[in-house]
Design a protein. Structure first.
Length: 275
């Protein structure tokens, strides 16, 4: 059973209760999403061979400090970093540190800033120097999967329509969709209702209504969809060690379609090769 409630009337996350935001919420999300997108643009020039993921983490923290954004992951459930850096076969939640980026790596950087209480959540894929054709193809498929999911995110459709659009495309390209992680509602909460699966059946799940705000963040593997969590409790990797890619936007459902809050101000939507 799903219930839709004005966002201001929900004190905390409640299972099955989907908040509907007004213009105040959309305005807050625009500001938070724009800052996150600016930071991801900024990082493009720094993703290169020889750079450590810890340095990228520090750059994201410093950028937030300079522009009024607090990294939402910092101390979230014990996590101690501003970004997640997921390299090659790491599906998500890779932990920054002394790891040095190498020529040919692909890396997902996932960043969420809190600005005036609102969460701007986004991630992008970056190529380190010259990358292989199969890695480039995987990134292209992942971005196209996100695009198709966003196109399905319109009022009157359902969450299942989003997942089905992503799954049908990704699998037609002989890749697989990770089932273990999903998109999520957000706003003044980091993780809220509804969950957005990246696979599914058309017409299933909650109906999309104006005012809903959530992420779409498909994770696409070159091999099988199965993942495992490493002993650090965070890092998820492909079980078959094949490459994985992810991309993410935050968006809100409008009366006529949707509004993406985390579009790149520099129009660097798919930085396949960071110089």
């Amino acid at each position: 059973m799903v219930t839709y409630v004005e966002a201001g009337k929900i004190a905390k996350r409640a299972p099955g209760v989907i908040p509907l935001h007004n213009e105040t919420g959309f305005s807050g999300m625009r500001k938070a999403g724009n800052l996150t997108a600016k930071a991801l643009d900024m990082l493009t020039d720094h993703v290169r061979p020889g750079v450590t993921t810890g340095m990228l983490d520090q750059l994201a923290f410093d950028f937030g400090q300079e522009h009024g954004g607090v990294p939402a992951t910092l101390f979230y459930r014990g996590y101690r970093h501003s970004i997640c850096t997921s390299i090659n076969h790491v599906v998500c939640h890779g932990i920054p540190g002394d790891k040095v980026l190498r020529e040919g790596d692909i890396v997902n950087i996932d960043l969420t800033y809190i600005v005036d209480g609102w969460h701007g959540d986004s991630s992008r894929m970056y190529g380190v120097g010259e990358i292989s054709r199969k890695a480039e193809r995987l990134i292209d498929i992942t971005y196209e999967s996100l695009k198709r999911g966003i196109e399905a995110a319109i009022p009157g459709n359902t969450t299942g329509d989003i997942g089905a659009a992503i799954q049908s495309y990704a699998e037609s390209e002989r890749t697989s969709v990770v089932r273990d992680f999903v998109g999520h509602g957000l706003g003044q909460l980091f993780h809220d209702e509804p969950n957005i699966m990246h696979f599914g059946t058309p017409g299933s799940g909650p109906e999309l209504k104006p005012g809903m705000i959530f992420t779409i963040e498909p994770m696409i593997n070159l091999g099988r969809p199965h993942v495992k969590i490493l002993n650090d409790g965070w890092t998820a990797v492909t079980r078959d060690r094949t490459l994985s890619a992810q991309c993410e936007h935050s968006l809100g459902i409008t009366e006529t379609g949707n509004e993406i809050f985390t579009l790149s101000p520099g129009d660097i939507f798919n930085p396949l090769r960071a110089k």
